[in-house]
Write a new protein. Structure first.
Length: 310
């Protein structure tokens, strides 16, 4: 008998709108599980999830861990900085080592674009991309879409402005694919040196100032400057950036009155977003975090559950 084909979640690009909408629907069920007094269902009992984080993470790692645990899977966390990667072990050998322990899902965050895809060659587990270099961060885009849908009851026809360091952002790339696929209008803004040329081909309007992007926006999604990926002089200074591109009340006033303010985190307060806005009434930054657990539960369920929804 041939092995059942394992599916992976490596990117949003190339996926079908109906499949992703269905995933968001499943996440609604799991949001309710997380809000109960007993936040656990037996759905993934006997399954093993290994979180392999070769890059720093707060939200993504903890929410994948909680997602697995709330589904009753056995969850192991592996960190690049405390593993044999530090001793020179290759990704291939690390994956093969994990594979020998029969995991059902490998959740991988890696600084190299394409690393999760590469890993699929050395494991029969389902692989989930938890952010790969400057490529994609599919579960972040899904939790962002979920958060918008919860608040606005729809995605089609909304104007979403994504502002900041677009060039180095896997969040921007996954969101551009997903939000456009689900019918939203996506506009982006950032300093000219941080705007990749291929974006317009995705059907995204690109500005080198934030004001025209924010005009009439239903959602303002602010992104962090990815200092760790810039490694050079693409920006004059953080202060200058905050002055020209940071979200303040004056700029937010250009958007619709009920504009949602989003940020994937981690926030650099006073740089890409002013603290009064990050903590203000339009901010849904912590709703995004809550949605992250629900969406990741839906992803794990879809990849390896043999039981119906709880
Ligand atoms: C993002 C990431 O790691 O890509 N954060 C996250 O997963 N919530 C964005 C960032 O690091 O700025």
């Amino acid at each position: 008998m041939s092995e059942p084909e394992r599916r992976h979640l490596l990117q949003i690009e190339g996926q079908k709108a109906e499949d992703l909408t269905q995933l968001l629907d499943v996440a609604e069920t799991f949001l309710q599980v997380s809000r109960r007094a007993v936040k656990k269902v037996p759905t993934l009992r006997g399954k093993t999830v290994i979180n392999m984080f070769f890059e720093a993470s707060t939200r993504t790692r903890t929410s994948f861990e909680l997602a697995g645990k709330r589904l009753s899977a056995d969850v192991i966390n592996f960190s690049g900085s405390t593993s044999s990667t530090k001793k020179g072990e290759t990704l291939r050998d690390t994956i093969a080592t994990m594979e020998a322990m029969h995991p059902d899902v490998l959740v991988i965050r890696h600084g190299a674009s394409g690393a999760p895809h590469h890993a699929t060659n050395y494991t029969s587990a389902a692989v989930v991309n938890a952010g790969d270099g400057m490529h994609e961060h599919p579960t972040q885009a899904l939790l962002d879409a979920f958060t918008i849908r919860q608040r606005k009851k729809k995605l089609a026809g909304l104007r979403v402005a994504i502002c900041g360091d677009i060039a180095h952002s896997r969040v921007a790339r996954s969101n551009a694919h997903l939000l456009r696929l689900l019918g939203a209008e996506v506009v982006m803004a950032g300093p000219g040196t941080l705007l990749p040329v291929e974006l317009e081909a995705l059907g995204v309007t690109v500005y080198d100032r934030v004001e025209p992007a924010l005009e009439g926006a239903d959602v303002a999604m602010m992104l962090r400057i990815q200092q760790e990926r810039i490694g050079g002089a693409l920006l004059p200074s953080t202060r200058e950036y905050a002055r020209q591109f940071g979200l303040n009340q004056e700029r937010l006033a250009l958007a619709k009155d009920d504009c949602l303010v989003m940020h994937p985190g981690p926030i650099n307060r006073g740089v890409e977003i002013n603290p009064d806005i990050a903590d203000g009434k339009r901010s849904v930054i912590l709703d995004q975090v809550e949605a992250g657990v629900a969406v990741r539960m839906a992803v794990l369920w879809q990849l390896c559950a043999e039981e119906p929804l709880p």
